[in-house]
Design a protein around this ligand. Structure first.
Ligand SMILES: Nc1ncnc2c1ncn2[C@@H]1O[C@H](COP(=O)(O)OP(=O)(O)O)[C@@H](O)[C@H]1O
Ligand SMILES: [Mg+2]
Length: 386
């Protein structure tokens, strides 16, 4: 057994039992500090005498103690003894080598590789931490348990310098790919997407795992105050404060490239933005993904949602006809209001936007977006569709 200070990270190695636990205690207390992180990658065994040292340590420091990189065996010891309730214990991530694996998809977050006939790995870009990947995995799992059709999520792994999430491989094509090769199916598949979304919006969420998206949007709208006038901020805030709280699932990024068609059945993928809240948050987001671009910048539409502007418009009409039924015209107007409202929050959401860029953005929204005087939002306060 040894305890080493490796550039500020405390590492414990070897076996800890009754014979060396007094020495272990002495060394650990010497290194004790607030919010302590301990690396267990080389810890082979720990007995109850060793665990008691963690109890003493917990009493002598303020804040959390985190034990990282535990082997599955070490993790089990902390888990069965209940110590995972006292200390944040995380397992060492499995490493997966993707050299030679076929790329089967690409999105905004990274690339998707086929590992074998049953599994794929979504490798996130550099900069996405393990917590972001773990969150997508947890959201996908929570939605799956709630009954949402989506791929099984297995594990979070390390892939060189990046992190990845391992999912069940769907033998399927994205709806966008199908519509692109068979444009005559835009209406049929749009209708199916509308039915799928309606089903999602009647599925109860596990609110202990997923985030409250209405609270999140309200916070974003309030955060826009530093870029907008008081009246402008109030206009956007009023849209989110008029919506009621709902405990049903929202996808957060619902468009033709995030739904796959497998044996005639539609399946959601890309669950990183899943949460719970009012359906209009989701439908507004889809408007932004599928229609805002199609109208404002048709040239780049295909890059984001996999189909061109004309096919987007046809698919969107079918989605909303199915979703809203007889009240589709009203529904589409509401979708546009919440889509343009979401768009206006961009400077708050993406911290990549700075100075002049924000000013130009806000000015454009003032001219032809939700902040234009001519943009009528009254329907949002009169609507009784939901
Ligand atoms: N479980 C899966 N089975 C098969 N293909 C998948 C699966 N998940 C994703 N893909 C493919 O990878 C692409 C990107 O995945 P996605 O989760 O949407 O990533 P991003 O968050 O980067 O948009 C998808 O459009 C799809 O083509
Ligand atoms: Mg995607």
């Amino acid at each position: 057994m040894n305890v080493i200070n490796d550039n500020g990270l405390i590492k414990i190695t070897g076996r800890i039992d009754t014979t060396n636990s007094p020495e272990f205690q002495e060394k650990m207390l010497a290194f004790a500090c607030d919010d302590m992180t301990i690396d267990a990658s080389e810890l082979e065994y720990i007995s109850s005498a060793g665990l008691r040292v963690f109890l003493k340590l917990k009493k002598s420091v303020n804040g959390d103690i985190s034990l990282i990189n535990a082997s599955p065996e070490i993790y089990d010891i902390f888990e069965v003894t209940g110590f995972t309730n006292l200390i944040n214990v995380t397992k060492k991530l499995k490493e997966i080598d993707i050299t030679g694996c076929e790329v089967i998809g690409e999105g905004a977050n990274g690339k998707v590789y086929r590992i074998d006939d049953e599994t794929i790995i979504k490798v996130f870009s550099h900069g996405a931490g393990a917590d972001i990947v773990q969150q997508e995995r947890d959201f996908a799992r929570s939605a799956f348990i709630a009954g949402v059709p989506t791929a099984i999520s297995y594990d979070v792994v390390k892939c060189g310098d990046c992190y990845g999430a391992v999912y069940e491989m769907l033998n399927a094509q994205t709806v966008a790919a199908v519509i692109k090769s068979e444009p005559e199916r835009a209406e049929e598949l749009g209708k199916k997407m509308g039915a799928l979304l309606k089903e999602l919006h009647s599925t109860k969420a596990d609110t202990s795992v997923l985030n409250n998206m209405l609270d999140e949007y309200r916070k974003r709208a309030e955060g826009m105050a530093k870029y907008l006038t008081k009246e402008e901020t109030e206009k956007i805030k009023s849209l989110y404060f008029t919506l009621k709280q709902c405990d049903t699932v929202v996808h957060g990024d619902f468009h033709s490239k995030n739904v796959m068609l497998m044996n005639d059945e539609l399946i959601f993928i890309d669950m990183g933005d899943v949460g719970y809240g009012h359906p209009l948050l989701d439908i507004g987001g889809s408007y932004l993904g599928m229609m805002h671009l199609a109208e404002m910048n048709p040239d780049i539409c295909e890059k984001y949602v996999g189909i061109n502007a004309e096919l987007c418009k046809r698919t969107w009409k079918a989605i909303t006809d199915e979703y809203f039924g007889e009240r589709a015209d009203e529904g589409r107007k509401l979708a546009k209001i919440y889509g343009e409202a979401k768009y206006s929050l961009t400077p708050y959401i993406y911290n990549g936007m700075k100075g002049d860029m924000i000013e130009n953005f806000v000015n454009r929204v003032r001219i032809n977006g939700i902040l234009a005087d001519s943009f009528d939002i009254s329907l949002a306060f009169e609507n009784n569709i939901f």
